[in-house]
Design a protein around this ligand. Structure first.
Ligand code: KMH
Ligand code: ZN
Length: 275
């Protein structure tokens, strides 16, 4: 079967990865933008973006997002998806900080997690009322959501949101697999999620840690898209730290091409994800 080009997303920073774990984590807007540009060169069409305070702690500050988005767009044409998940414990206004950016600073996409989930020893808190509030804010900003599913029921909740007019179908989904306490990174889980998708919806898989690169291959075989990067995995291979998300993007592109998939440009991704 011939599939469309694969959209590779680079999750450059995240909220949890630390400089203690890897010295290659980008923190300043310029460092993040440099890794975004190198990831674009290696085949990423989209970056999933978090930002950090100068001390490395997670932030959802619109000003930090603005600066980072400007630095990225100065360097390259990669599409930008801002997080509304932020870090566990943040309130709704803080989480939605990047949705307030307008004009040339507006993100191309924003994440929308559709349920509460255990997140390691923490809880990523997304009660139904909060999910609806974030969905309304994404819609009001005129930004395309990526539906983040950490567990199977979150796909079903997206159906409720569509019925309520809070998101449009066909939508784009991201299956986040392997967070401790949530749905594991198992091929059968991915098959179930794909089978659960509403018609014509598109999907990306983001598998954690050592599962990240093998799931790029599964996504390539099954006609989907993949997310890699330091947010979810810091190793290029066992014991070898990736020197930035761009190295993981390069390896993902190599594996996808070996499975016969072309790699999407940002223009391809715009069309495929209906931005
Ligand atoms: N940092 C996690 C608690 C998102 O970006 O929307 C949430 C997260 C999902 O990373
Ligand atoms: Zn994230």
């Amino acid at each position: 079967m011939s599939y469309p080009p694969m959209v590779i997303t680079a999750a450059l920073v995240g909220a949890e990865t630390t400089r203690q774990q890897t010295p290659y984590l980008p923190i300043s807007p310029e460092e993040i933008a440099e890794d975004a540009a190198r990831s674009r060169e290696e085949g990423a069409a989209l970056v999933h973006l978090h930002v950090r305070n100068p001390d490395g702690s997670p932030s959802q500050s619109p000003e930090l997002f603005r600066k980072t988005i400007r630095e990225i767009r100065k360097r390259c044409d990669v599409l930008i998806q801002t997080s509304t998940g932020g870090a566990v414990g943040m309130g709704v206004d803080e989480r939605c900080g990047p949705l307030t950016l307008e004009g040339a600073d507006k993100p191309d996409m924003a994440t929308l997690t559709t349920g509460t989930v255990n997140f390691g020893d923490d809880v990523f808190w997304n009660p139904r009322s909060l999910v609806r509030e974030i969905a309304r804010r994404i819609r009001a900003a005129g930004i395309k959501p990526e539906i983040e599913c950490f567990d199977a029921g979150m796909v079903d909740e997206a159906r409720h949101l569509a019925r309520e007019g809070l998101i449009d179908f066909p939508a784009h989904f991201d299956f986040v697999l392997g967070v401790p306490g949530a749905l594991a990174a198992r091929p059968e889980a991915l098959d179930f999620l794909i089978a659960s998708l509403p018609e014509q919806c598109t999907w990306t898989v983001a598998a954690m840690a050592r599962h990240q690169l093998p799931f790029v291959e599964l996504a390539a075989e099954k006609g989907g898209n993949a997310r890699v990067g330091l947010e979810d995995n810091i190793y290029l291979s066992k014991g070898l730290l990736a020197k930035g998300s761009h190295e993981l993007v390069a390896e993902a592109a190599r594996r996808a091409k070996a499975k016969g998939r072309a790699i999407a440009t940002p223009a391809d991704a715009r069309a495929l994800l209906r931005l």
